[in-house]
Design a protein around this ligand. Structure first.
Ligand code: SF4
Length: 61
């Protein structure tokens, strides 16, 4: 199963949110100024979020 990890120290979600819009599977969402994951088991590893994140805050395995 894919693992989606967010480094919350690097993430600047209050000024960004790019990954939420980029993910066609709607796996990333914002909750209380923090990125959270919806059904990460459906991640198709297209890595779109990696390319749009300006802070290198996302890791996929
Ligand atoms: S793209 Fe990166 S910095 Fe922006 S909200 Fe997502 S994880 Fe945070």
């Amino acid at each position: 199963m894919p693992e989606v990890n967010i480094n919350h120290e690097k993430c600047n979600v209050t000024k960004c949110g790019e990954c939420v819009d980029a993910c066609s599977m709607e796996i990333l969402k914002v909750n209380n100024d923090k990125i959270e994951l919806n059904h990460p088991e459906d991640c198709n590893l297209r890595e779109t979020c990696l390319y749009v994140c300006p802070n290198g805050a996302i890791n996929l395995e």
